[in-house]
Structures are given as C-alpha cells and as structure tokens.
Design a protein around this ligand. Structure first.
Ligand code: BGC
Length: 348
C-alpha cells in the first residue's frame, strides 16, 4: 500500500489543491483531491486484468470548479433535496437558499463540495479530509466539524467513513456523488450495465423530485431491482415516476436497515466483468442514472453524455426533515454523526 501526494492546481484565489493517490498491492488506485474532497479517479481491473478509470468526471481542477453535476464530490451538510427549502427543528423554522426552480434546495446549494478540505494521511492506505462549515451557510444551522476518511484495502474496497459534529442541533446527511461507468469513463452509456438494489420499497416523488411521503412497494414497477436488471430495460418505461425524473433518480429504502453495514446495491458490466458492490449502514440509496448529464467536456476531452455514468448515493431519505416518519437525521449539539459506505470493486 502507498499514498502519493501531488499538486493538482491552484484556485483563482491562490489556494493550492492537492491530489492524494492511494494504491494497493493489486495495482488498484484511487485519487481524491482537497477541492470538494472529490473522488476523481479509481483505476480498477477488468476480468482480464486490464485497468481503467471507472469514474466519470474531470482530470483538471478547472473542470472540477466549473462542474454543474457534482461529479465525485462529498455533498453536505444535507445531500439530496429539501422541499420548499425549509424545515423546522423544535419549532424554529430554518429557511434555506434554493437552487432549483426557486423552490427546492438541492445538495445544500453546494457547500461542502466547493470547499477546500484539509487532508491528513491516516496511514499508508488512508487519507482523511476535514472541513469546518460555518454556522448558517445557505441557511443551515450549526458550525459543523466534518471529516471523510477514504481508505483503500487490499481487497479493492474503497471505504468512506463520514464523521461530523455540530455546535447546534441540526440536520446532517452526507454522501459521495461519484458517477461510475464500469466499462471505463469513456466507454459510452451505462444502459447495458445491470443494477441490483436490495430494496423492497422506494420513496416516490412529486414533479419537483420531493418525496410524497409514501413508502411504496417496488413490486410490479420498474423500481423492482431486487434481482439484477439491465438499466436500459425499463429506464424509459411508461411510468409517471420515471417521467417526473427523466429516468431512474430515486431513493431506495434499503431492506433490513438497522444501522449496520449491509449490501445495498450491486452494479455489473458484463462486457468487462467489472462489478461494484455498495455497502452502507444508512437507510437509503439514491440510484441516479445520470439523466441530466448533457455532454460537458470531461476527462481526456470527452463529453459526458446523458447516462454515461450512474451514481449510487448512500443517504438518509431526501427531505427527511419534513417527514417525521422517515428514519431521522437531526443531531443534537455535540452529538456524533458517523456513517460508513464501502465501494467494493471486483471482476468476474
Ligand atoms: C440528484 C439529481 C440531480 C443530480 C445533480 C442527484 O443526486 O438525484 O436529481 O440532478 O444529483 O448532479
């Protein structure tokens, strides 16, 4: 195992950004930069031992700064959407900024993902990124100390360990927004990948992608991914939910949620044999099929076309602060938020 540190570029304000590359004994490597604590690459072998970068995104800082689709970043303090950009805690209403339709707040209007994080080497297989979010950014209460520790194991597991603590009671929901293409970042669309999600239920949304509050069964719907299904098979099915979101872009309720690490999803590319398993101790996972990608130029000067990458964002359900029946993510002042997500790569 080894970690290499290199310069990745300089922001307009003069701040230097570093890249940390962790490599294991199998030759798998992942790179993370201090801007947005962004996962920018993951070199993974296929069934013939051919390594390719399976992360769709940018290879330079300029792209990372100008991005509009949250490629590879850590999102927080609240990943996903909050309806009407408001919620209440103990009778106090918090009005947030909105960055969608003037109504909803998506990915906290982009705070953690545009911050410069401090990086520290934890050991020869881990780098820990940390950031202090000031009280009140975009309307969210609390000064939050947050860290994300990225570890690569010799079993090709990329482990993300999220920790946070606020000085005021607040909502916390952190995720990573990497877009994966198991054929390689430049190998076209992900419609031929299969996806399996261990969820009996999902949270249907309204026209603004805010959960209606219903926990609906996936049975007899395109959301029944309990056995692996080709992503392209039903992504454009005649179904109101898929029309609202332009394809899969929904929160799945992980079956058997009890706060321990469980396999939530498995994606597979039969062409290369690369497989990605996602494990988490969280209750939800957003399967987003990259429907809103629109050809922005990414790595190697190649456009990131619609559906050329998929995200599996482990999370509390979207809009949880406005749904008392969902598993809650409001934390007391001083209370520790700690969750783990594992991206495990293999080939068969
Ligand atoms: C959301 C999509 C959104 C995307 C932005 C995803 O987490 O589910 O609706 O367009 O983030 O990159």
């Amino acid at each position: 195992m080894s970690v290499k540190i290199s310069d990745f570029g300089v922001l307009a304000n003069g701040t230097k950004i570093q890249k940390y590359t962790i490599e294991n004994s199998q030759g798998t490597s992942v790179s993370v930069i201090t801007y947005g604590a962004t996962l920018i690459s993951a070199l993974v072998a296929d069934r013939n031992g051919v390594f390719k970068d399976v992360i769709v995104g940018f290879d330079d800082l300029e792209g990372c700064v100008e991005r509009t689709d949250y490629q590879g970043v850590v999102v927080g303090p609240y990943a996903n959407r909050i309806g009407n950009s408001e919620f209440s805690i103990d009778g106090i209403k918090y009005k947030l900024n909105s960055n969608e339709n003037g109504v909803t707040c998506l990915h906290s209007c982009g705070e953690f993902n545009t911050a410069v994080w401090n990086a520290e080497l934890a050991d020869d297989s881990s780098v820990e990124m940390s950031y202090v979010s000031p009280d009140g950014v975009n309307g969210f209460p609390g000064r939050i100390n947050v860290s994300v520790k990225y570890t690569l194991t010799d079993d090709n597991e990329l482990k993300l360990e999220y920790s946070a603590v606020s000085d005021k009671k607040t909502v916390i929901n952190l995720t990573n927004h990497a877009y994966f293409n198991l054929g390689g970042f430049d190998s076209g669309l992900i419609l031929d990948h299969t996806m399996q999600i261990n969820a009996d239920c999902y949270t249907p949304v309204d026209e603004l992608s805010i959960p209606t509050g219903e926990i609906a069964s996936v049975e007899n719907t395109p959301f029944d991914l309990r056995t692996a299904k080709r992503i392209g098979d039903e992504i454009d099915a005649d179904c109101e939910q898929l029309k609202f979101t332009g394809g899969y872009d929904h929160n799945f309720c992980i079956s058997g949620y009890d706060g321990t690490l469980k396999t939530a999803a498995v994606a597979f590319d039969s062409v290369t044999g690369r497989k990605l398993e996602v494990l988490t101790d969280l209750p939800g996972i957003q399967f987003y099929a990259g429907n809103f990608l629109k050809g922005t130029i990414g790595k190697s000067g190649k456009p990131m076309e619609k559906r050329s990458g998929f995200c599996l964002e482990t999370q509390f359900y979207p809009d949880t602060p406005n749904h008392p029946d969902f598993p809650q993510c409001t934390f007391e002042a001083g209370e520790k938020y700690h969750t783990v997500t594992v991206f495990k790569f293999s080939a068969e």
